[in-house]
Design a protein around this ligand. Sequence first.
Ligand code: APR
Length: 244
Amino acid sequence: MPQSFTPEKNSNIVILTGAGISQESGLETFRDPDGIWSKVRLEDVATPEAFAKNPHDVHSFYNMRRERHRVATANPNHAHMALARLEAQWLGQVTVITQNVDSLHESGGTQNLIHMHGVHSKARCNHCQHIVSWEGDMSTETLCDGCGDAGGMRPHVVWFGETPLELGRIQAALVECDLFLSIGTSGNVYPAAGFISVVQKIGRAHTVELNLEPSLGAELFDEGRYGPATDVVPSYVDELLETL
Ligand code: APR
């Protein structure tokens, strides 16, 4: 793999993040040996079919996850804060596209942020599509303050088999990107896992994977920086800012 490169000062940086960037803030990842999907079947809690069949189990899962995220959100780590520092000081556009449904990028200071899998901090009504901020537990008795119905309220997160959010905005960012970073994601879930191929096909960007270990798509990147996100991300950001 060619070694690191120095982007133009006003180049556009697109950063994809996954659960690995939040792991050192105390949130489990999904597919690590002790990950979430080793404790519960995603087919039972993270699909529209599961919600239709057994909404109580889905609500219980997300009520527990929402509480975990609420606690962790006060604890953005040095990787989240390094990305916010990059966005604040970089002369070109910095866009963070996260698969994560936690609010750690926001609490770490990132502004230009796309939550392609939704967020735990919002709820949506299946009946009228009304979206509201949401803190506490939710159940089949929860009333929608849009249509007044019960039974339709669900987490505003994207389940397997559903279309991720803001794909148009994401595509526009990938087309214009000069430097593509992928941080803390295993490369298991599409379309996010396919962004590296989109960027490669356009042929304009230098691509770097920053992860605890090589992901499924590691070979597609120009460079790999491996280790805990709180080590490799701040040091890579420092390298970029030193070129200014
Ligand atoms: N620092 C850097 N990387 C880490 C760390 C860490 N401290 N801890 C774990 N990782 C890496 C793992 O090596 C793995 O490659 O983060 C990645 C986490 O992978 P997954 O658990 O598969 O999470 P993610 O890629 O975000 O999953 C994508 O799948 O279940 C769905 O919707 C869910 O958004 C999620 C999507």
